[in-house]
Design a protein around this ligand. Structure first.
Ligand SMILES: [Zn+2]
Ligand SMILES: [Zn+2]
Length: 336
């Protein structure tokens, strides 16, 4: 099969042996694989050894089943939960699966099993979640990142009428905004990139550019600040900004990952009673609820996806990753 192989900090599309179905596993033909900041961080910081195949946001069609597989047959379509939760640690058994150390360390496409930037992948039956036949494949690849936002919105305890701010309107910020709105929240976002603000407007979300005095506008529109601010920009300095934007007694949910220190004023957080809620990954329930929201079109993520690109474009996509300004989700279709 063809696969985008990471070697010495570059991708090359090579032919490698097809995966064979192991017991209690299937081989999927990958129909779409999304790329995100996690992939970019692995790539730019050279976190994986030569020969790795990235891709943890994937959907595909079953082409072969291994021994002992009864519930799946060729032609079935599935999204893959890429985290192999151990199911035994104290986090897995106390409702905090999303923090399972062995699971996160062995995440598919992120240091664990080979990922979805290939024509085929092997995936254990326990990782498969059925996709309805009519769903476009590229939407199946969005279940995983939607699950990340789903978990963040759940941590934020969003209810009808909750006032919400979103800092950073990339795919994760937009997903969080869309889910919060679907739960009845009043949502306002901001991004310094005008394209992304326009993308938020196209999805019907209130959003402001840096030139609009966004924090003042959001504070006015929410009469004193949001109860919940999602920090989705990944900029460390934005965490303190989120605490200033939130209303007294509110919370800041971190839905990005951060790679450098941030300056914070603990007294400000303390005196105003602002909670900090880091949201990493998702539980199986978050994943299943996100899938259901996409399948039933309660959350319409379609406008966020551009035409999927072929495997041969993977290097070009990573080259332009940091300069990409549109509010779009990057998706590769390895079958073309
Ligand atoms: Zn991702
Ligand atoms: Zn565990």
């Amino acid at each position: 099969m063809r696969a985008a192989i990471l070697s010495n900090g570059r991708f090359s599309v090579d032919t490698v042996p097809d995966p064979t179905p192991e017991p209690k596993a299937v081989v999927l033909s990958v129909s779409a694989c999304g790329l995100c900041g996690t992939d970019h961080s692995i790539y730019s910081n050279r976190l994986l050894e030569n020969g790795a195949i990235l891709g943890h946001e994937l959907a595909g069609t079953v082409v072969e089943v291994g021994r002992g597989v009864r519930e799946w047959t060729a032609g079935d379509r599935a999204a893959v939960v890429p985290i192999p939760y151990c199911g035994r640690c104290e986090l897995c058994t106390s409702g905090k699966q999303n923090l399972c150390g062995p699971g996160l360390a062995a995440m598919m496409g992120c240091g664990g099993a080979p990922g979805g930037l290939a024509e085929f992948v092997s995936a254990p039956v326990s990782s498969l979640r059925r996709l309805p036949g009519m769903l476009e494949p590229r939407l199946g690849a969005l279940v995983e990142p939607l699950a990340v936002a789903w978990h963040a919105v759940r941590l934020g305890n969003i209810r009808p009428g909750t006032r919400v701010g979103v800092l950073g309107l990339g795919p994760l910020g937009l997903f969080a905004g869309l889910i919060a709105r679907q739960k009845g929240a009043l949502v306002f976002g901001t991004d310094y990139r005008a394209h992304r603000v326009a993308g938020a407007h196209a999805l019907g979300l209130g959003a402001f550019t840096a030139d609009d005095q966004p924090d003042d506008r959001i504070r006015d529109l929410t009469r004193g600040g949001p109860e919940v601010v999602f920090e989705a920009s990944g900029r460390p300095e934005s965490i303190e900004r989120a605490a200033h934007l939130a209303r007294v007694g509110g919370s800041v949910v971190l839905v990005a990952s951060y790679h450098s220190p941030a300056e914070m004023t603990p007294g400000h957080w303390f005196n105003r009673g602002i909670s900090l809620l880091p949201s990493i990954a998702y539980t199986q329930t978050d994943f299943e609820e996100a899938l259901d929201a996409i399948a039933t079109r309660r959350i319409d993520v379609g406008p966020l996806v551009i035409q999927p690109r072929p495997l041969d474009d993977v290097q070009a996509v990573f080259d332009s990753f940091s300069t990409q300004t549109d509010a779009v989700k990057l998706v590769i279709d390895p079958s073309v």
